[in-house]
Design a protein around this ligand. Sequence first.
Ligand SMILES: C[S@@+](CC[C@H](N)C(=O)[O-])C[C@H]1O[C@@H](n2cnc3c(N)ncnc32)[C@H](O)[C@@H]1O
Length: 266
Amino acid sequence: MSNNPYYKQHWIDIEPERHEAYDQILAFHPAMEPLIRPLELAPGLHVLDVGSGPGHTAMELARRVAPSGRVTGVDINADFVERSNRRAQEAGLPAEFVRDGFPPLDFPDRSFDRVFCKNVLEYVDSAADTVAEMARVAATGGIVVATDSDWDMLALDTGAAGAELNDRVLGAAKSIALREPKIGRRLYGLFREAGLADVKVEVMAGADTLGRSTPMLRASMARYARDSGRVTEPEVDEWLANISRAMERGTFLLVLPQFIVRGVKR
Ligand SMILES: C[S@@+](CC[C@H](N)C(=O)[O-])C[C@H]1O[C@@H](n2cnc3c(N)ncnc32)[C@H](O)[C@@H]1O
């Protein structure tokens, strides 16, 4: 038995069903362009992807800095790291992945031109320490970008009858799976406190009416809610059935605002 808190352990142990879902949920998609645009990528840059997961975004970053630049990804999950290294090699992209938990980040001061972190900071022991580390490893004049959801701003509609159950199931899931559910709104202050300059915030809040987020609800949030013990198995089943019915009726809606924050290392 590990002594890790649940918000960390659920990334160290990922069951096959969730791995499959993450390959879908975390695939790179043109709609994600606003998340990486603030990095101002160009060939030749050396980029650190903090919490690189299955590596799809890191590979996209590598395409943009190739052939002379490179991407280093770091992640706590051994399978993600292994799969990412294999995929990058197969694709002939300049990206390498290492397994490590953070903070701290095990890299020298000022060693990257760009530092990127997407949908990770809600899971770490200290988001403030991690952002401070991201600032430390950025080169002078380098750009640091973090993009994250604000889970307390999540809006899900599966019909009026399901509203109370949505709140309870999502509340149960958040209570154990996230260290910092309000991370989106906190990023601006954390960047300022880390001494980053010229800090800018954008918010992307598209509405998912096609069910693109349902693998995340089914594979991750339902499992976390069950594991929390705060809702019963039949309640989680009913919640999932409400989502399916809303999809069938064509009334499903989910909005999860994504904060995009960039700063410059002085
Ligand atoms: C939601 S995924 C995002 C992955 C990737 N950034 C993306 O957007 O495709 C969160 C990632 O953070 C990693 N992670 C969470 N806590 C971590 C920690 N303390 N140290 C290292 N990696 C961590 C997980 O293993 C997982 O790959």
